[in-house]
Design a protein around this ligand. Structure first.
Ligand SMILES: Cc1ncc(COP(=O)(O)O)c(C=O)c1O
Ligand SMILES: Nc1ccccc1C(=O)C[C@H](N)C(=O)O
Length: 422
């Protein structure tokens, strides 16, 4: 039996008792034409802007205006080392060691760079296993890697599919695939939290299974970073990539994160694409001919990074550091549990939640199938100030984000949904 209760009074009381309630006022919450704040449920697509972001970005704009090229060394946060100031906080967010983490490039680009190193096909072991409902960019990326290495992108791709009539993936099925075809598979690449169903996979279990069969294992954690306890180091995964514009609130198209497990930190035998930013910092500006690779994830960088985007990430990570990922996840579980409780009151004739009901197997997002719904339902929700997203064929995704969503938001969302579906 859950302790949740129906009624607005209960929601308001929960907000009152919420240890993290002060954080909501530290975000810009967009408003409708009447000046009412939107009920913003799409932090799984683009996180809201922290109010302090502007000051972080302005600092760099001012230093650039006042110092020009001298800013590389003389800026308040010298640009030459700026990325290093993100590493420790980002490592905490994803449960990794600092040497394992780097902020660089964008998400799909990082996925490709990781595959340069960790997709090492041979004539007999060249297949890639992904989840059947992987985010399209991930699927396109792995297919293009297969083609790049001269393989057929249909034959070379193995899909981990849900059972007939089910939405979620089952580990027994993954085991069966690996028992039958493990020797053919060079790489397992799974979305750590599936973008469509919200299923949070057991990264450690998948990694163990993959390694047992001699496969490299990587995860796209776009929907996991800042949302769930990824514990990337303990998972043992070879690599992971994620973006910072969703739960990490760092702005549209902002830079991405990348994890390479510590055991690969000093390897020189891995193929990789390099640039001057992967070269030893001490001698980088000597413009030497011979390449001297940086250890750890930093050694996968190519270019000097865009500081303005990093400033937004720094502002956001400072907030994550302040709250602590554990407190954030504790609130998230409560808020999403409450959301699930209210949705279930609508009854099975109206809705079906496809996201796992076990809080350990999901983050804050719930993916909801509304009976006989089409995109007009989503449009109606938008008209009444609820920003959610629609994914074909029939799913509304809503993510109450613990840093800025309230119990009242969740209550009002479900009330509106009730009104529309009646
Ligand atoms: C799982 C996943 N992979 C890839 C992408 C695309 O990332 P990007 O456009 O930042 O490369 C997204 C979101 O856009 C995503 O959710
Ligand atoms: N970056 C974007 C730009 C434009 C529109 C959507 C996105 C998303 O991030 C979508 C998200 N990855 C999703 O899970 O649907």
């Amino acid at each position: 039996m859950s302790d949740y209760k129906t009624g607005l009074e209960y929601a308001l009381q929960q907000d009152q008792n919420d240890e993290l309630k002060a954080y909501r006022s530290q975000f810009h919450i967009p408003k409708d034409k009447q000046g009412n704040p939107w009920i913003y449920m799409t932090g799984n697509s683009l996180g809201l802007q922290p109010k302090q972001t502007k000051a972080y970005v302005n600092q760099e704009l001012e230093d650039w205006a006042n110092l020009g090229v001298e800013g590389h060394l003389e800026a308040k946060n010298p640009w030459l080392h700026y990325h290093e100031s993100l590493t420790e906080s980002m490592a905490k967010v994803v449960g990794a060691k600092p040497i394992e983490v780097i902020v660089m490039n964008t998400l799909t680009a990082n996925l490709h760079f990781m595959m340069v190193s960790f997709y090492k096909p041979t004539k007999t072991r060249y297949k890639i296993l992904i989840e059947s409902d992987a985010f399209p960019s991930d699927k396109y990326a792995v297919e293009s890697q297969l083609r790049h290495h001269g393989f057929d992108d249909k034959e070379g791709l193995i899909l981990w599919k849900p059972r007939k009539g089910e939405e979620l993936l089952n580990y027994e099925d993954l085991e069966s695939i690996l028992d039958e075809q493990g020797n053919d598979i060079a790489l397992i690449m799974i979305g750590g939290v599936n973008y469509y169903t919200g299923q949070f996979f057991d990264l450690k279990h998948i990694t163990k299974l993959g390694h047992k069969h001699g496969c490299n294992v990587g995860f796209d954690c776009a929907h996991g970073a800042g949302n769930v306890a990824l514990n990337l180091h303990d998972s043992g995964a070879d690599f992971a990539v994620w973006c910072t514009y969703k739960y990490l609130n760092s702005g549209p198209g902002s830079l991405a994160g990348c994890f390479v497990h510590e055991r690969h930190a000093h390897r020189k035998d891995l193929n990789r694409f390099t640039g001057w930013w992967s070269h030893n910092k001490q001698t980088r500006f000597n413009m030497r001919d011979d390449f001297d690779q940086l250890p750890g994830a930093e050694g996968w960088q190519l270019s000097n990074p865009p500081i303005l985007s990093m400033a937004a990430i720094k502002g956001s990570l400072d907030m994550f550091n302040d709250v602590g990922i554990d407190k954030l996840i504790a609130k998230s579980k409560k808020l999403t549990g409450y959301f699930e409780f209210l949705l279930n009151q609508l009854g099975e004739d109206t809705i079906k939640i496809i996201t796992p009901s076990n809080p350990k197997e999901r983050g804050c997002q719930l993916s909801i199938q509304v009976k006989n719904a089409d995109k007009t339902l989503h449009n109606k929700l938008t008209e009444v100030g609820i920003i959610s997203d629609w994914r074909e064929p029939d799913v509304i995704r809503c993510a109450p984000v613990p840093l800025y969503n309230s119990f009242e938001d969740v209550y009002r969302l479900v009330e509106k949904l009730k009104g529309i579906t009646r």
